[in-house]
Design a protein around this ligand. Structure first.
Ligand SMILES: NC(=O)C1=CN([C@@H]2O[C@H](COP(=O)(O)OP(=O)(O)OC[C@H]3O[C@@H](n4cnc5c(N)ncnc54)[C@H](OP(=O)(O)O)[C@@H]3O)[C@@H](O)[C@H]2O)C=CC1
Ligand SMILES: CC(C)(CO)C(=O)C(=O)O
Length: 322
């Protein structure tokens, strides 16, 4: 099975490297700057499971169809990426997105047809270092997938066979939409509290923020329930425990992007959750606060004037109040 991994970043680089190291036929679609870096230094994955250095097969434009496309870009570049990967989609291509959130499923189905789109949940904690290496922050690496729409791709069994036995847990899901909502609930709540407070979980808890974290978890859970995807008690409890654990260094990719000064998936993750909540009349005051906070960051990235005026003092003048 010919596999195209789109994006050799924190997730695509990690799972793609494992697949390539296991002998699968893997090509990475990357943009030119990433291609240059990977040609110079190789694809490097470091972490508690051991280090891996590969000379991956790279293309900077897709010239032919593949059997399986593993889509591993951030939502912020999704629109551009679906254009770039169009030549890779043939009559029998199956697309497995690794993005957090849900909205990308509709984007992919509208562009390429629902019968070739799988839902996917990617359980890994990885980040790109300034050198472009992939750093795995714990030992969990799991990919779950299943039809996102009915009827689903008829090649699911072949996809499953290609992904299994490559050094990470790969499994089909009986209800991938619920699993995606579970992950979305978790990552949005975690992203909201850590970004809002600008700290990892342990720092927020030490500052007295556990109650705020719990209220954010309740808002996210109420939204999932109202949308028809209630999280189970065990998913709820695990997320609440993760977000309120004293001393924990846990954060999310949303927080890592914010603190690195990068564009974030705020709209895709928290904005879209708020939109679902609004449709069902669910109160999301704290999620909206987090979204506003992140939107200021996004605005500042795209507006050089706002960025340049960060340090401007209030002009001298009469006092505003007595
Ligand atoms: N990191 C994590 O721990 C986890 C992340 N996720 C989710 O996975 C998704 C991907 O995140 P992550 O891997 O961390 O993101 P990264 O930013 O680390 O990687 C994305 C990669 O996509 C590349 N890219 C962007 N546009 C294109 C394009 N048009 N063609 C080819 N390559 C492109 C970028 O390359 P370039 O260098 O050119 O910008 C970048 O290397 C997100 O939705 C995230 O929420 C899910 C689970 C865990
Ligand atoms: C589960 C978690 C929080 C792991 O990093 C994640 O998916 C993310 O950071 O985007």
């Amino acid at each position: 099975m010919k596999i195209l991994v789109v994006g050799a970043g924190a997730t695509g680089g990690c799972f793609g490297a494992r697949l390539a190291a296991a002998g699968r036929d893997v090509t990475f679609l990357v943009r030119p700057a990433r291609a240059t870096a990977l040609r110079a230094g190789g694809l490097v994955v470091r972490g508690p499971l051991g280090d891996l250095v590969l000379r991956p097969h790279l293309v900077t434009s897709a010239a032919r169809p593949y059997d399986l496309v593993l889509l591993a870009v951030k939502a912020v570049t999704l629109d551009r990426t679906v254009v770039d990967l169009t030549p890779a989609i043939g009559a029998d291509t199956v697309i497995l997105p690794m993005l957090n959130g849900m909205r990308h499923l509709d984007t992919l189905a509208e562009r390429f047809g629902a019968d070739r789109v799988l839902g996917g949940v990617c359980q890994v904690t990885t980040t790109l270092t300034p050198d472009g290496e992939i750093l795995q922050l714990n030992t969990r690496q799991e990919l779950a997938y299943g039809p996102a729409f009915q009827p689903g791709p008829n090649r699911l069994a072949a996809v499953d066979a290609a992904l299994r036995g490559a050094g990470f847990t790969a499994r089909t899901s009986p209800d991938i939409r619920q699993e995606m909502w579970d992950k979305w609930f978790h990552v949005s709540a975690l992203g909201a509290i850590t970004c809002l407070m600008r700290g990892v979980v342990g720092e927020v808890v030490a500052a007295g923020g556990a109650e705020v974290a719990e209220r954010i978890v309740l808002e996210a859970a109420a939204t999932a329930a109202a949308a028809g995807y209630p999280v189970s008690a065990s998913v709820f409890d695990r997320t609440l425990a993760t977000l309120t654990e004293p001393g924990s260094r846990t954060a999310s990719s949303l927080y890592r992007d914010l603190t690195k000064g990068l564009p974030t998936e705020a709209d895709h993750l928290i904005g879209d959750l708020i939109a679902h909540a609004a449709r069902h009349g669910v109160d999301t005051t704290l999620l909206r606060l987090a979204h506003t906070h992140l939107s200021v960051h996004e605005h500042r990235l795209s507006d050089p004037i706002a960025a340049a005026t960060t340090d401007r003092r209030l002009p001298d003048g009469p006092p505003l109040v007595r």
